[in-house]
Design a binder for this molecule. Sequence first.
Ligand SMILES: [Mg+2]
Length: 396
Amino acid sequence: MTKRSGGIHNSSFAIFSNDQDNNRQEVSSVTKISAVSTVSLEIPYEHGGPKAGWGGQSWNKLSILMVKVDTEDGLTGWGEAFSYNCRPAVKAAVERMIAPVVVGMDSSDIAGISRDMQQKLHLFGRYGITIFALSGLDIALWDIAAKRANAPLHQLLGGMARQRVTGYASLLKYRDLDLVAENVTKARQEGYEAIKIHETEVPEIAASRFAAGEGIPLMVDTNCPWTPEEARQMALRLLEYDLHWLEEPIFPPEDFDALAELGHRSGIPIAAGENACTSFEFKKMFDAGAVQYAQPSVIKVGGITEMRKIAALAETAAVALMPHSPYFGPGFLATVQFAAAQPVEGFLERFYCILEASLYGDLIDTVDGAFVVPDGPGLGREPDPNVMRDYGVEDG
Ligand SMILES: [Mg+2]
């Protein structure tokens, strides 16, 4: 059994009980992590058009990598690690790089484990798969901490600032003028008060604005297609469509100086952050003045622990937080819980599609454009075991 040692973050959480003489006596440390494992899911979906593609592959199903953490006293926490097309690699990172190290650690020492594991694994990369995997672990530990307190997670993060979190419809790629306009109209009819499209051509963006109507926040997510000069020229053409934000217009996404210049010169608010990991990357982003909207993803940045640091940095930098959350596993509920506790509300991203099955019933759906914050212990609701059974897949 591996045990973390040394460092100011190492604190053994001891459970005390009264014996018959009413003397406090240390019984045992019962909060140790006993196992870390994963569950891979693939869930079919429809989005009213041809299947979209990301990362060079088309998506026929939505991919979810759940991270399960058990403790010696019988608690189970659920997390989610970003995966999409890299699910087998992230699963291997959880099971082979993380599990052997954290089993035996104190599950209540969440901040310490985050720091310790980032340090231990830094040579494998401070971005991408390593931090995705650690994100899943961290979310599961917060789930356990809240369950141990018999409270919903938002209570541990500052309390319930709101009972409902405004969602926005994040349309997948259509690359078809009529289809994208049709789905913008549908999303509005279903109660969404803000719409995002993943289109990069002016006609599709113009049609979306027309379908959404004036005054409705319309966001354009481009997924890093342009050079700084191409982005400057496109921004000029997009000015008339009154975009609420232009998301990730420049490749590479970490060219924060170019993003800052684009926002400054065009006057269009810039959003980015879904490809940044840890609060250190967000500090650089904010120091450069790169964005008006920061989009940390709880299943990519390092979990709730890093989200909290990023939120503090964003507040002091006067940057609005708009969490990246186009996923449907424990990471989605973690984002809802996190958003429920923020002093200023941000829109929460919801992929505009219909899933064949949901781990969390109707919690993944908006009601009048907003998500209901669940108040069960931990993330608020346990994942449906039948969905895990029916949609579970083996990663080779
Ligand atoms: Mg995006």
